[in-house]
Design a binder for this molecule. Structure first.
Ligand code: SF4
Ligand code: SF4
Length: 146
């Protein structure tokens, strides 16, 4: 979607767009948050469908990306705001019907641009190391968590 159109779409849903410098994501500045988020590329969430398994769907619940569009990739949970730099980077990928989710391809935005909720939610930690779980806690509970 066009950036300005998306900004208006967000305004109608009470999601503000703020300068990158003033945005805090769970207490982290945006660049620090992105570094943490990028590290999740190495985490095995046990739901990459290589073996055809989405535990949520298998249990009869919707998979966690099903509400991507209405939740705006769960960025709506971050204090009702998103920073302008992230928005510019992800705007073109947003589809009003499917959000950032594409059938057969999954999520089409890079991990460093995904919201915390998209990164710390998991149904199974069977394939995660202790360090990887720690990384997800850091993302979930934020800069003030120790
Ligand atoms: S976290 Fe659970 S519901 Fe979400 S995609 Fe993975 S297995 Fe499916
Ligand atoms: S991981 Fe991607 S597709 Fe899934 S809810 Fe988040 S932004 Fe949407």
């Amino acid at each position: 979607m066009d950036y300005d159109k998306l900004k208006e779409w967000l305004r109608e849903r009470n999601i503000g767009v703020v300068p990158k410098e003033s945005m805090r994501v769970r207490g982290y500045d945006v660049d620090t948050y992105r570094k943490l988020a990028k590290q999740t590329e190495n985490v095995d969430y046990d739901c990459d469908f290589h073996d055809g398994i989405c535990h949520g769907l298998a249990l009869g619940a919707p998979g966690c990306c099903m509400h991507c569009a209405s939740a705006f990739g769960y960025w709506q949970k971050e204090g009702g705001a998103i920073d302008d730099d992230t928005l510019r980077k992800i705007a073109e990928f947003f589809d009003e019907r499917t959000g950032f989710l594409r059938e057969g391809a999954g999520c089409i935005i890079p991990r460093e641009l995904r919201s915390p909720t998209c990164l710390y939610i998991f149904c199974s930690d069977a394939k995660m190391s202790g360090e990887e779980r720690l990384l997800l806690y850091k993302i979930q509970y934020g800069a003030n968590w120790s």
